[in-house]
Design a protein around this ligand. Structure first.
Ligand SMILES: Cc1ncc(COP(=O)(O)O)c(C=O)c1O
Length: 431
């Protein structure tokens, strides 16, 4: 079936708000390593990893084999029965999390993990007041929408939560634009103190933050800022929730979890996306006393499904055994070094940011400094035309996101840099 035929069927039966990439959307039908093929036989370098989810690479034999083995044995087992796979995975993730005396609850998505983190934190603190970060994204569930700090992704502000937003990540174009690292951190702390003193009432349950904002196009505070923020939270007993849905498992190169750059230990951690290399799995890790604060029955029917758990166990082993965190650091540096001259030579690219294999380019109108969504869109199309898939993002859809699987090779990084250079030049000529 051609992509155009599929597009008209898609539009007829799926909601209008499921955004599709590209003026001529494509279907991905096969993947191998860092490459994917579309429904019309075209091959691409996948530098978005299906939204940062195919973290080890496509069709990794160890992960595929674990899924195949489990598929032959049992597709589903309810949580009213014991599951060795679930227990083993929980033990592994609790151990990796850095949280002492941790327990783990499995979900099928990051949104559901966000909801569980908020629910348990609010129960534990007996408060419905939540602090979130401006320009954030934590999922599409009703509760997650209410702590989304990005207008373009928040369908409603109706919520049972009382949410206050602080600034702890957005730099370029934000209220603290132009400040030095030190002054930016101090301004974030002052902003938090002010919100606590003026806008909140009584006890606040929790603060939730992405160490590097995903949908917000990889903007982040200087290292240590979230630590300074946590010191203030600690004064009030406010729980710290780190959303590691995009930043976990070594993606940032320098650390296994994004929170580690800030010298803190969180109370609660959420994960999803890369954990099972594409199988639907998410979850929450928290100190036992917090996660156990639900005093009634509660399950997620598909959370911790045996196939997803088998895939996650194999995937985490693969990431650790092959030290893909170190590869993320090395390949991330190589990619960033290759992008520097491209940023310098093309005036519409205002900034490169991110860490490890989590890099973004911000597009602006050079004369005015306004966000330039059309240049970002053109760059996105030009890279695809040359066989490279990347993501979009940013508050004004004016950024592109680059995040290949952590197994990406030097040759593939160099191939991508060549394509980025040609695509950027094509955009510069068209402006
Ligand atoms: C940082 C972050 N948290 C949570 C979510 C929600 O995850 P899901 O789409 O699996 O519900 C996302 C999804 O993009 C995310 O980027």
């Amino acid at each position: 079936m051609s992509h155009s035929e599929l597009l008209s069927r898609h539009k007829a039966v799926l909601p209008s708000w499921i955004a599709l990439y590209y003026s001529e959307p494509i279907q991905i039908v096969r993947g191998e390593g860092c490459y994917v093929w579309d429904g019309e036989g075209n091959r691409y370098l996948d530098f978005f990893g299906q939204i940062i989810t195919t973290i080890a690479g496509h069709a990794i034999p160890e992960v595929q084999e674990a899924i195949r083995r489990q598929t032959d044995l049992l597709l589903h087992s309810s949580t009213v029965y014991l599951s060795e796979l679930m227990v083993e995975l929980a033990e592994k993730i609790a151990d990796l999390s850095g949280i002492q005396d941790a327990k783990v609850f499995f979900t099928t998505s990051g949104s559901e993990a966000t909801d569980t983190a908020l629910l348990t934190s609010c129960l534990y603190r007996n408060s419905n007041q939540v602090l979130a970060v401006r320009n954030s994204y934590h999922g599409r569930s009703f509760a997650a929408q209410s702590i989304t700090g990005n207008r373009g992704w928040s369908a409603t502000s109706l919520s049972g939560l009382a949410v206050h937003f602080v600034n702890a990540a957005r730099r370029r174009g934000g209220p603290f634009d132009g400040l030095s690292d030190e002054d930016f951190s101090a301004a974030c702390v002052a902003d938090l103190r002010d919100v606590l003193a003026t806008a909140t009432s009584g006890d606040v349950a929790c603060f939730m933050a992405e160490p590097i904002q995903g949908v917000g196009a990889f903007t982040h505070s200087p290292d240590g800022t979230l630590g300074a923020i946590k010191e203030v939270l600690d004064e009030h007993g406010i729980l710290y929730i780190t959303d590691e849905v995009q930043t976990g498992w070594g993606r940032t190169g320098e650390n296994f979890w994004g929170y580690e750059a800030h010298g803190i230990t969180p109370d609660v951690l959420t994960f999803a996306k890369g954990v099972a290399n594409g199988m639907p799995l998410g979850g929450v890790v928290a100190r036992a006393e917090i996660l156990d604060s639900i005093k009634v029955n509660s399950i997620s029917t598909f959370g911790g499904n045996p196939i997803a758990c088998a895939a996650a166990l194999a995937n985490i082993d693969y990431l650790l055994d092959n030290d893909l965190q170190t590869n993320s650091l090395k390949m991330g540096n190589r990619l960033a070094n290759g992008l520097v001259p491209i940023v310098e030579e093309n005036p519409w690219i205002a900034e490169m940011r991110g860490k490890g294999l989590m890099l973004a380019l911000d597009a602006e109108v050079p004369e005015t400094g306004e966000p330039n969504a059309s240049a970002a869109a053109a760059f996105h199309e030009e890279t695809k035309a040359r066989g490279l898939l990347i993501g979009r993002g940013g508050l004004y859809a004016n950024a592109v996101r680059i995040c290949p699987p952590l197994s990406v090779s030097e040759e593939q990084v160099d191939e991508a840099i060549g394509i980025f250079a040609e695509a950027a030049e094509a955009v510069t000529k068209s402006l």
